[in-house]
Design a protein around this ligand. Structure first.
Ligand code: BGC
Length: 766
């Protein structure tokens, strides 16, 4: 079907909707219930099963056979419309009830057009941009037949060793919630069912980011206060934005695997929050309940996951093999299976899959990597970069003055690594390298490139193969020495060096824990040798996690952190270097000095001898290298006139420099006393503003019961009575402009002293 006939069909459906009895029939929940009545137990269990579409998942039957046998409700990891349509035809034409399939894939930061990695998108502090980028990702995915993405990943991460930190929005629940909601809006569109929207999935519920020492998949131990105040809010925000599905996490939460955790999946998600969509397990996580030493065998695993609240089993076929037996033996009533199936069917109806099951192959060429998508990817990479240092205003470079530029480093021209982890599987994307980017942006400048050193992972993981990372055969010693020297020689004969160092794409993401924050390989030595040439050096950091850059901060005048910037990497970096774009991103994570400080986050509690907070270690300051929210600009800003009114805080920002630029106004609060200790600072509002030279703007932040409420295990959801609140507004979490006020009974904007049960925790299972 062509794109136009899709709309024509849609319009026809809309026309029939006028008749009330037809409107009733179109109701997805009603339609799901009607369909369910016709289904056999086996057909129901088929809908609860997601089958792997790649050879990666061993299965005696092919995906076609599984679909033909009505043993699949969804297919995982297919990414081309031809395969999608082939399987969809089997589902629609060859099964008794013609139920279409959901095709799920990890479209995390773009499909063909690759945007910066999610942590970078969060560094833009620009939810509207995040929403637009995810809308592009949705449109491209849908054109390729993908109708379900396993995004957004909304796990709070406070340990830079954890590789999956790059897939979320960082350490803060307030920023994380805003970014989570924006992603859902972008992916799902105004409502599910549009031709350019995909079903979103909030993952990994919940607490995955608290893995001990950042070791991926490891158990998390999270007390109630942290769960409710820190780890849950981005999930709740995704839910409030209408997210259609949740994914249960791999790890144990307080010794109960998240995929068998009724507290998480039923008590909180469905009973407290009223989630009406469906939960899919993480890949193989149902089967893994045995590995955890939680379930005794696969049948028990199926029982535990199903009764805890997992609707769909991703890839492990544990439901397929065991649920029918559990129903027949009476351990699970068929009515419970019905309850699991209904939201899956309703979602398929809501998405319009019964009316439009197929991918329109003819759209692909025009939609994937469309010029306007690439333009947005360039803007996104510009807006997510964070300027960490700019001594002597080395940046921006002028296009005439810098006559010869040396671009040096193993990541500067590495297409794969500039794209980042979770570049969509199955579609080949490319990134513009930095040498090319500079040539395009500043054609008058002479650019030469030398890689200098190479980087390898010590232990490659399955993801290296899966995502098509570059092969890693180390250079022989003689070649390594030669390449190093070539880079130093190039620096010597150039006017300025852009040194691009960091980590390979797959050094972060899944199964990519780091036990050190040192530059991998011989990059540190390369940096020291290049700086020793005496040439002006700009360090461009291409990395997912923060690295130990203490030496660089002491010796390199300019440092621009671009993360893994995506398809338009080279252009966007060049735009920033030459001032065609203004850096305005801010760190969504606290940047430690070294690995020994991990985990580290700004919203910690105050304790004994706070004046010695920075002197807790004997070897060096225990403060971070850069605080949460930090980022410089090529211009300067001043905050003034902080005013606190009932329900609102206002502040004036002025661009005090001679260039236009962006600033992110950030509001932090601290509760001075109360039922429990609260963090020294908590973000409660932000706004990114663009200001012309000497322009001023007054920014308003709502500050009412919603912002002041927190959760305490003694008091449930709560706003303190008559407590004092400190307020700071400024350009990072060390903001100095201060005011305070007292929460009063009488102020309706601050309803005090009354527990609000809307986010109450049910009792934990014993
Ligand atoms: C990851 C999920 C992902 C799933 C499907 C798992 O290994 O933890 O984040 O969505 O695979 O690819």
């Amino acid at each position: 079907m062509s794109y136009l006939s899709y709309f024509a069909a849609g319009a026809a459906v809309a026309a029939i909707l006028v008749a009330p009895e037809v409107a009733l029939a179109q109701n997805p929940d009603r339609r799901a219930a009607e369909l369910l009545r016709k289904m056999t137990l086996d057909e129901k269990i088929g809908q609860l099963t997601q089958i792997g579409g790649l050879a990666l998942v061993p299965d005696p039957l092919t995906p076609e056979q599984r679909v033909h046998n009505a043993q699949a409700g969804s297919i995982l990891w297919l990414s081309d419309p031809v395969s999608v349509n082939r399987l969809q035809h089997v589902a629609v034409d060859q099964t008794r009830l013609h139920i279409p399939l959901l095709f799920g894939l990890d479209v995390i930061h773009g499909f063909k057009t690759v945007f910066p990695i999610p942590i970078a998108m969060a560094a833009s502090w620009d939810p509207a941009l995040v929403e637009r980028a995810q809308a592009v990702a949705a449109k491209e995915s849908r054109a390729a037949g993908i109708n379900w993405t396993f995004a957004p990943m909304v796990d709070i991460a406070r340990d830079p060793r954890w590789g999956r930190l790059i897939e979320g929005a960082g350490e803060d629940p307030y920023l994380g919630s805003a970014i989570a909601a924006a992603q859902v809006r972008g992916l799902q569109g105004a409502e599910l069912g549009g031709p350019d929207s995909v079903l979103a999935c909030a993952k990994h519920f919940a607490g995955y980011g608290a893995a001990e020492a950042g070791r991926d998949y490891e158990a998390a131990y999270i007390p109630d206060e942290l769960l409710w105040n820190v780890y849950f809010p981005p999930f709740k925000a995704a839910l409030d934005a209408g997210v259609g599905t949740f994914m249960s996490a791999y790890m144990d939460l307080n010794d109960v695997p998240a995929t068998g955790n009724a507290f998480l999946l039923t008590d909180v998600l469905r009973n407290d929050w009223g989630f009406k969509g469906f939960v899919v397990s993480d890949a193989f996580a149902v089967r893994d309940l045995v590995t955890h030493g939680f379930a005794s065998d696969p049948r028990d695993a199926a029982y535990r996951a199903a009764t805890a609240g997992v609707n769909m089993d991703m890839a492990s076929r544990t439901y397929l093999d065991n649920l029918a037996g559990l129903v027949k033996s009476g351990q699970i009533p068929e009515a419970a299976i019905d309850k699991m199936v209904l939201p899956i069917l309703a979602t398929k109806f809501r998405m319009g899959l019964f009316e439009h099951p197929y991918a329109d192959e003819s759209r692909m060429a025009a939609v994937l990597g469309a010029p306007e998508h690439m333009r947005l990817a360039r803007v996104a990479a510009q807006r997510s970069a964070v300027l960490l240092r700019n001594e002597g205003h080395l940046l921006p470079l002028t296009k005439d003055a810098a006559k010869s530029i040396a671009v040096i480093g193993p990541l500067a021209d590495s297409e794969f690594d500039l794209l980042g982890a979770w570049q969509a599987m199955g579609v080949k994307s490319t990134a513009v390298g930095l040498p090319q980017g500079i040539r395009d942006v500043a054609p008058g400048v002479r650019v030469e490139f030398a890689q200098g050193v190479e980087i390898h992972k010590t232990y490659p993981s399955m993801f290296d193969g899966l995502m098509g990372g570059p092969p890693t055969v180390p250079w022989p010693e003689e070649r390594a020495a030669g390449e190093f020297q070539k880079a130093v020689d190039l620096a010597k004969r150039s006017d300025i060096v852009i040194l691009t160092l960091g980590e390979l794409a797959l050094m972060s993401g899944e199964l990519a824990t780091q036990s050190t924050l040192d530059f991998p390989g011989k990059q540190q030595q390369l940096m020291e040798a290049i700086v020793a040439t005496g040439k002006p050096v700009v360090l461009v950091l291409v990395t997912g996690r923060p690295l130990d850059i203490r030496w660089a901060v002491a010796h390199v005048p300019a440092i621009l952190h671009v993360w893994h910037p995506g398809s338009e990497a080279g252009h966007a970096i060049a735009d920033l270097l030459f001032g065609d774009a203004e850096p305005g991103g801010k760190l969504p994570i606290t940047w430690p000095r070294q690995v020994g400080q991990a985990p580290i986050y700004y919203a910690h509690n105050l304790t004994h001898q706070p004046e010695n907070q920075s002197r807790r270690a004997w070897n060096e300051e225990s403060t971070p290298l850069f605080p949460f929210g930090y980022g410089l600009s090529y211009t300067t800003f001043r905050f003034s006139d902080l005013q606190v009114k009932p329900g609102e805080v206002t502040v004036t920002i002025e661009n005090t420099g001679n260039r236009a630029g962006d600033e992110v106004a950030q509001l932090y609060i601290h509760q001075k006393s109360g039922s429990i200790s609260r963090p020294v600072r908590e973000l409660k509002g932000f706004r990114r503003v663009s200001l012309a030279p000497h322009e001023k703007e007054t920014v308003r932040f709502p500050l009412g019961s919603q912002e002041l409420t927190y959760w305490s295990s003694a008091l449930r959801k709560f706003v303190e009575d008559a407590t004092q609140i400190d307020i700071w507004v400024g350009d990072d979490s060390n903001a100095a402009l201060h005011a305070d006020f007292t929460v009063a009974h009488s102020t309706s904007a601050y309803p005090a002293g009354k527990p609000d049960n809307s986010m109450q925790s049910p009792p934990r299972p014993q």
